[in-house]
Design a protein around this ligand. Structure first.
Ligand code: AMP
Length: 363
């Protein structure tokens, strides 16, 4: 496995796997620091291709193309976490990969991820391994006999924006949901009647330095993030607790780069870990305008071995996603707030087309 012996100097090239909006904003942040990017995406119309010096369009399991990509880069990172494990290992033999294969493997699978979180002594919703429709039925029935159980069945892998998830309130529901996932290994999670959701976006450097942003309050619509607001209603003690959770996870993974930890805030104030994203995160987009160093710059700094930037927040902020046809109103959107459009040709329902950040109470 290749490691980074010394920081990549300005003029160096960072490889980014995935050419969506996250890759695009990473590339823009790299450019500001005098670094180049090479973006690898499986289709040629990637939003990030519009803002990079080098682009490769090839399948994510094309080992020859991945090797050429690795050879063109000083370090490689990801904008999405679902690259096949053997492809990551192949890359890591040729070029430093940050975050490493271990962190990606741990967070690609909900069962592995939640087991890891639990072993760290952190709290999660109750979860149970489900591998067949009969077992799905039996697990639900067992839990339901205790206390009017309600749950969510989630596929262990490849779920995002509510895909591969179903709310279930009977043993039959659970078996049917499992079948609708075509028998994909899943977990049955207890449904949490939380007050609201927050996330901690944080960075860890190769030297163990840690920098966390203020946790935003996140609101979802149709399983897609609608709005992130900072500050959230968390108390100062809860903010420290949330950041400490992210630090514990980042340290245990020997993580390098930005990660996001999504948390449920329960009615009694308890924080439950829902999910870890081993990458920059939609709920951190407001950091571009409201913080000294954005999540994108922070990630680039960590990947190339530079000192982490200051995550201090100089304004309150609300970030709203522009979803699907909402982007048609770009002229009106351009009148208020900081507008980001991702350069996607077509607006499909549920597709993230851009976002707007509005600052308040600038300090
Ligand atoms: P996830 O894909 O795990 O991030 O879940 C997407 C969204 O579904 C979360 O942001 C929550 O709003 C909701 N959700 C997920 N798991 C649970 C749960 N165990 N209880 C209640 N709501 C949940």
């Amino acid at each position: 496995m290749k490691t980074l012996e010394k920081p990549v100097p300005p003029g160096g090239t960072i490889g980014i796997i995935g050419g969506g909006q996250l890759g695009r904003m990473l590339s823009l942040a790299a450019a500001r620091l005098g670094l180049k990017t090479c973006i690898y995406n499986d289709t040629s119309d990637a939003p990030a291709f519009q803002v990079t010096q080098n682009a490769i369009a090839a399948p994510y399991d094309d080992l020859n193309m991945l090797a050429s990509f690795a050879d063109a880069c000083d370090a490689v990172t990801f904008e999405f976490e679902n690259l096949p494990a053997h492809a990551i290992a192949h890359l890591a033999e040729r070029v430093p990969v940050r975050p490493g294969a271990h962190a990606l493997a741990m967070t690609q699978d909900r069962l592995t991820e939640k087991t890891f979180v639990e072993k760290l002594g952190l709290k999660t919703a109750p979860f149970f391994d489900v591998t067949s429709a009969e077992q799905a039925r039996a697990v639900f029935a067992r839990l339901n006999s205790q206390n009017g159980f309600k749950g969510i069945l989630k596929t262990r892998r490849f779920g995002y924006d509510g895909k591969g998830q179903a709310k279930v309130s009977s043993a039959d529901d659970t078996a049917k949901a499992f079948e609708s996932f075509k028998g994909a290994p899943s977990i049955l999670e207890g449904f949490v009647d939380f007050s609201y959701e927050v996330s901690v976006v944080a960075a860890r450097g190769a030297d163990g330095a840690f920098a966390a942003y203020d946790p935003p309050h996140n609101e979802h619509e149709n399983h897609i993030l609608r709005r992130s607001t900072v500050p959230s209603q968390l108390t100062p003690v809860q903010v420290s607790e949330a950041k400490a959770i992210a630090k514990k996870i980042a340290d245990a993974l020997d993580y390098v780069g930005v990660l996001a930890v999504e948390l449920f805030v329960c009615k009694d104030g308890t924080l439950l870990v829902n999910e870890i994203a081993p990458r920059v995160h939609n709920s951190g987009h407001w950091t571009i305008e409201a913080c000294q160093c954005s999540q994108f710059e922070q990630h680039i700094r960590a990947v190339v071995g530079w000192p982490l930037g200051n995550p201090v927040r100089h304004a309150d902020a609300v970030m709203e996603n522009i979803i699907g046809a909402e982007a048609d109103a770009w002229e009106a959107l351009a009148r208020g707030g900081a507008l980001h459009l991702y350069g996607k040709k077509e607006s499909r329902p549920g597709r993230k087309m851009g976002h707007v950040t509005r600052l308040k109470g600038q300090k």
